[in-house]
Design a protein around this ligand. Structure first.
Ligand SMILES: [Cu+2]
Length: 195
């Protein structure tokens, strides 16, 4: 069914407007890096609106001496499980105050240690004391409306209620950006970021 028709039906039935009508899609062009992947696009804090911490945990794997995914956006309050899938010991710590400078110790293959991201943290750098070349990022954002770009820079944030927002972009190596976006159904927003 098309959207105006569904809306008309809902209104005729005395319902309130649907809360999840829109989406934000577009492209982040990342200048001066190999490709346009790993940019996090997210809706900034919405005045007067808070979101409960998700019960479901997010996960980062340590496999072949790499944090996977390299960049993980989560809603504030999310607990992230760090799994070691390698036959060597790994450690995870963050030097960032917004992640309490956590240090989870070292642990062997098959085991998980967890950390709950309790406040906005854009971003928490993840490091491993055992392997100085390892680096990853958790980006704890204040709304559940976020996405990570693919290599071509494309992204889509589904189920964003229609309304006016500030949309922000973060990237591990490039300057952050933001713009005002008014969502009304499927809405396009493009960005270009550089060093
Ligand atoms: Cu390691």
């Amino acid at each position: 069914m098309n959207r105006p028709f569904v809306l008309a039906l809902a209104l005729a039935a005395g319902a309130t407007l649907p809360l999840t009508a829109g989406e934000i899609h577009g492209k982040v062009t990342c200048k001066g890096v190999r490709d346009s992947s790993n940019a996090v696009v997210y809706v900034a804090a919405i005045p007067g609106k808070t979101f409960p911490a998700p019960a479901e945990h997010a996960k980062i794997d340590q496999l072949n001496l790499v944090f996977s995914p390299h960049v993980l956006p989560v809603l504030v309050g999310t607990t992230v499980d760090f799994l070691n899938s390698d036959a060597v010991l790994h450690n995870v710590f963050s030097p960032d105050a917004c992640a309490d400078k956590f240090n989870l110790g070292t642990w062997p293959k098959g085991q998980i240690k967890s950390y709950q991201f309790k406040k906005e943290c854009v971003a928490a750098t993840l490091l491993c004391k055992v392997h100085p070349e390892m680096e990853g990022f958790v980006v704890a954002v204040p709304t559940p409306y976020f996405a990570v770009t693919k290599a071509d820079g494309s992204f889509k944030i589904a189920d964003v209620p229609d309304g006016a927002y500030t949309v922000k972009v973060w990237h591990p190596k490039l300057k952050a950006a933001q713009k005002a976006v008014t969502v009304a159904g499927p809405t396009a927003a493009d960005f270009e970021i550089a060093k």
